[in-house]
Design a protein around this ligand. Structure first.
Ligand SMILES: [Zn+2]
Length: 478
């Protein structure tokens, strides 16, 4: 099977299946106004080189920070659907996270300096050394990440978990683009939040790996990423491997730890006489594994500020990424459908399941009647109650009630039950799916975090052959 085809973006998939590739699915992505973060950049210029809106409505933007001598840092800006901004800023004299809430209130949270101890990666036996052959540069290799947070870590830095997780993925993607590694991309597959304290230690790494690996049949992800607080390092990772634990107090520890998962060591010859290292370019320019000061993986093929940022014999992480992409994207088969990630700190999660298109009558159903309605209906305004079994931090399973609705673009104020296929006017059509959690719907639920997944399906009443599976990741606090 052609990997690239099987891993198309959900929206593109929906459009292809519905058969109108020219449908306007959403307004074009808009960059966050530079006035939002300018004062935090210390005179550096942001060269936003990448801008996208995720299917969940978050906008992700990234690029380098330019000073008078060239590349002097990097920035990732994530904007939530309600307009709150989380900007991750990396520059020589200040690393931190700027948050601007929906009322315009600004908070800058400086990183707490965390060392990467000399040997904070745990070597693992290499299982498949010939994966070089499997890398097909013309096909996308998507690496889907399940991200876990401890409640203690979120309390320590008070970040929006969705924005933080998307931002950490983007630091790696920015580094790959900067280093001209094409067709490898990290994606967020789900978020879990635990009341258990899992620190940034080797035991914490093993704990995150055990817990998140156990969830693979449900989230269909490839790599495990934990964000924690406390412990003895900025991060720990298996080398090579697919798990890391990272300090929430870093702006971008994960792009370093991910380099270890790929199989890299620090600066040559930390990992032996080979090319699997980061690179120190001098003048404060270091790549992710050998200093972690700029969003780059070492490569002899890229020149920055007048210097090559790698060496074919001693520092070529770009090569190692290409060799390991197949392994890293193959821990689970690709989920063929759309993902919706809901954390109950958001008012509501929203997913476009069918593009705005005249007379396109699409609704969403449950796969099991224990969860919710399993067929489409000619229904009107209203709310569907979904009942989903989620587990607490000790593994106890509880039924949790969620609110689900559907909105047709161009039919404002007329959110229907999720399984309705009614459109307000023949010129309207398409569907957005909305999900939320209300404490008042769950008066019996003991306090704490509950996590899990549920599978739903979008259907078209006029085309029995079309459906779009929806895999929902849920992290709910009672
Ligand atoms: Zn390291």
């Amino acid at each position: 099977m052609n990997r690239a085809y099987s891993r198309l973006l959900p929206l593109t998939l929906a459009m292809l299946l519905i058969g109108n590739a020219h449908a306007d699915v959403s307004s074009p992505s808009q960059a966050t106004p530079s006035g939002t973060y300018r004062t935090a950049l210390g005179g550096l210029q942001f060269t936003g080189s990448h801008l996208e809106t995720t299917s969940n409505g978050y906008t992700v933007e990234s690029g380098n920070l330019m000073g008078k001598d060239g590349v002097a840092g990097g920035m990732v800006v994530v904007r939530s659907p309600d307009g709150a901004v989380t900007a991750f800023i990396e520059r020589e004299d200040g690393r931190g996270i700027l948050q601007v809430d929906t009322e315009g209130k600004r908070t800058f949270s400086q990183d707490v300096d965390q060392v990467f101890p000399r040997n904070h990666e745990i070597d693992q036996p290499v299982q498949n050394s010939n994966s070089v052959d499997a890398y097909a540069p013309d096909n996308m290799n998507y690496i889907d990440a399940l991200v876990g947070f401890t409640a203690k870590a979120l309390a320590a830095r008070e970040v929006d978990p969705m924005a933080f997780a998307l931002g950490q993925m983007e630091w790696v993607n920015l580094s790959l683009r900067n280093s001209k590694v094409a067709n490898i991309e990290l994606r967020l597959a789900g978020i879990r939040i635990t009341d258990e304290d899992i620190p940034v230690t080797t035991a914490g790494l093993a704990n995150w790996q055990r817990q998140l690996n156990a969830q693979r049949p449900h989230y269909r992800h490839d790599i495990n990423v934990g964000f924690s607080v406390g412990g003895d390092a900025g991060g720990w990772a298996y080398r090579p491997g697919n798990s890391s634990v990272n300090s929430i107090h870093g702006t971008s520890p994960f792009k370093h730890e991910m380099g270890h998962n790929v199989g890299g060591g620090h600066c040559y010859p930390n990992a032996g006489d080979n090319y699997k290292h980061g690179y120190n370019g001098g003048g404060g320019f270091t790549t992710n594994l050998c200093g972690n000061s700029r969003p780059y993986y070492s490569t002899p093929d890229v020149t920055v500020n007048g210097s090559v940022i790698g060496n074919a014999k001693t520092a070529n992480m770009a090569r190692l990424w290409r060799e390991q992409a197949h392994r890293l994207s193959s821990y689970s088969p690709a989920f063929e459908g759309a993902r919706l990630i809901y954390v109950s700190s958001q008012d509501q999660a929203r997913l476009t399941v069918a593009p705005a298109q005249a007379r396109l009558r699409v609704g969403v159903v449950a796969r099991s009647s224990d969860v919710g309605p399993t067929s489409l209906t000619y229904g009107g305004a209203g709310i569907t109650t979904l009942t989903v079994k989620l587990t607490d931090s000790r593994g106890v399973e509880r039924p949790v009630k969620l609110r689900a609705q559907r909105q047709v673009p161009g039919c404002p104020g007329q959110a229907t039950t999720m399984n309705s296929y009614v459109v307000c006017h023949p010129v309207n059509g398409g569907a957005q799916f909305m999900l939320s959690y209300e404490k008042s719907d769950n008066p019996e639920l003991p306090s704490g975090w509950y996590n899990g997944t549920v599978e739903l399906e979008a259907r078209n009443i006029d085309d029995k052959n079309w459906s779009l599976p929806i895999l929902v990741s849920l992290a709910v606090r009672s």
